[in-house]
Design a protein around this ligand. Structure first.
Ligand code: F6P
Length: 326
């Protein structure tokens, strides 16, 4: 087998929506790269910052006091220019100009696709799953999900208190783009009466209305509905449900609070392990890999293989969620 070329200088960026734990990942990438004898450049504001050459030299101190912080110290952005072939070729030229031999990309599915096209343009990449949505197929864990669901759950518990006092129905909308993982976990953990997931919802509001009427009959004082962002329309849904059931119904959209805040221990720990693994793999000359967590282990996959994988809400878990909500 041909000997792998030793990588001497890498860039690291965060891309797409920020996620708590990204800083722990950046810190681990930087510190482990330094231990492994590589130089690291921090690329600010994702692919947009790469195109604008917004670079900072990173050392161990650049990532001090960051592990406990939400957001991303490198900032993040979504880039229209990078979505074009010309943009990606320009980005690759910039990497060559700055002697960046590989780029570590911390982000979600869209950022992975960006990384895949950067690798096609000749710049090796290494990806870390950074998204609150948990919607990356090759991994059972994504950086930020644990903090986001715990943040959302705290808010949901509070809405539940006031919902019970007033004997109201509350629809609480959680993030997740087109994926229902945040809604599923928060729905089960909050004891919601209905959990609406984009992957499963049949848009039959009458079913929810009947459920509310039945629940009232058996003495439930409130009715909590966790609605996923991918379904949306919580406010108009609340109006219709109130009109049909006579039960006062309010909608609460949790929004960006779910993306902020100090990361949980799990997010800090997993992000640290994954970041360190990214730098270790690069120092061994492995490229175009994505770091994942599967079956209790941190593993890596080829980026093309990873992006071809599919992920679904496990039917058995959804069935349990429904059974517990009756
Ligand atoms: O992917 C993370 C996420 O927070 C999704 O849950 C949400 O749909 C999206 O980002 C919002 O993106 P933006 O920050 O561009 O509004």
């Amino acid at each position: 087998m041909a000997e792998r070329k030793k990588i001497k200088k890498i860039g690291v960026l965060t891309s797409g929506g920020d996620a708590p734990g990204m800083n722990a990942a950046i810190r681990a990438v930087v510190r482990k790269a330094i231990v492994n004898g590589m130089d690291v450049v921090g690329i600010q504001k994702g692919y947009q910052g790469l195109l604008a050459e917004e670079f900072i030299e990173m050392n161990s101190r650049s990532v001090s006091d960051s592990v406990q912080k939400g957001g991303t110290i490198l900032r993040t952005a979504r880039s229209e220019e990078f979505a074009t072939e010309a943009g990606r070729n320009k980005a690759a030229d910039i990497c060559r100009k700055h002697k960046l031999e590989a780029i570590v990309v911390i982000g979600g599915d869209g950022s992975y696709r960006g990384a895949q096209s950067l690798s096609s343009a000749g710049i090796p990449v290494m990806c870390l799953p950074g998204t609150i949505d948990l919607d990356i197929a090759c991994t059972e864990y994504t950086i930020g999900f644990d903090t986001a669901v715990n943040t959302a759950l705290q808010a949901i518990d509070k809405v539940r208190d006031t919902s019970s006092s007033h004997e109201r129905c509350s629809i609480i909308e959680v993030m997740g783009r087109n994926a229902g993982y945040i809604a599923l976990w928060c729905g089960v953990a909050s004891g919601a009466e209905d959990i609406l997931l984009p992957e499963k919802y049949n848009y039959d509001e009458q079913e929810i209305i009947n459920h509310i009427i039945e629940s009232r009959k058996v003495g439930k004082t409130h009715h909590l509905i966790i609605n996923a962002e991918g379904i949306g329309h919580s406010t108009s849904m609340a109006r219709r449900i109130e009109a049909a059931t006579g039960m006062e119904t309010r909608a609460t959209i949790l929004g960006y609070m779910q993306r902020g805040g100090s990361p949980t221990c799990k997010d800090r720990y997993y992000a640290s392990m994954m970041g360190a693994m990214a730098s270790d793999l690069l120092s061994q000359g492995a490229v175009n890999r994505v770091i994942s967590y599967r079956h209790g282990e941190f593993v890596d996959f080829d980026i093309d293989e990873a992006l071809a994988m599919k992920k679904e809400i496990p039917e058995s878990q959804y069935e349990i969620a429904r059974a517990l909500s009756r």
